[in-house]
Structures are given as C-alpha cells and as structure tokens.
Design a protein around this ligand. Sequence first.
Ligand SMILES: [Zn+2]
Length: 120
Amino acid sequence: MRRPDFDGQWQELSEEVLSGMKEWRLQHPRATLGEMEAALDERLAGLRRRMLENMAEASQTADWREAAEGEKPVCPQCQQPLQRRGEQERGLQTQGGQTISLKRQYGVCPECGVGLFPPG
Ligand SMILES: [Zn+2]
C-alpha cells in the first residue's frame, strides 16, 4: 500500500485551521459567542472534509494498484478484471452533508465495455 503522508498533510491542515482561527479572532475582537462558534465550525468542517478525502484516496489507491491478481475489481456483469483507465474526479456525499471530491480510479470491462468506479 502506498504510504500516505498523513502526518505531514494533517500537521499542515491543523496548523492552517489553528492559525486561521487565531487570525479571525484578532480581526473580530467583538465577535459574539455565536459568531465564534460559526467561524470555528466552518474551519473544522473544512478540516473534516479534507481528512476524509485523504483517507478515502489512500484506501482507494491501496485497493487497486497493489491488489494481487484475482483480487482486482471485476465487471459485475462478466466477472472480467477491469482495465485501469486512469483517474477521474468524483463527488461523493458525506454524512455531514458535505460533498468531497475524490480522484477515483476508473476501469473499463474488456468484455462488454462498461466503465465504472470500483467500490472502495
Ligand atoms: Zn463486462
């Protein structure tokens, strides 16, 4: 499995959130508690979305490129192993009601020609 650099990425992400929040607070010295909460939620929601993207992309990459023969995704119709056709952006809805955008690997069945994103 490709080793995702979560430490580096997330360190950066959280620093962005923290310094962004500090910045905001300095620019809004008279903010109400509700405004602070909204500003914080907005940043945390962004952090959540990007962490989800990172994790989902890492498992997707692990699923296909490193899969052993016989474990590669197959066409649900013909049971033929899909041929990789690169990556495409795909929007997915999260439980938090946000849309995250993932680069998903896309495959085509050599038998019937159907193209699909394998689950993962
Ligand atoms: Zn097929």
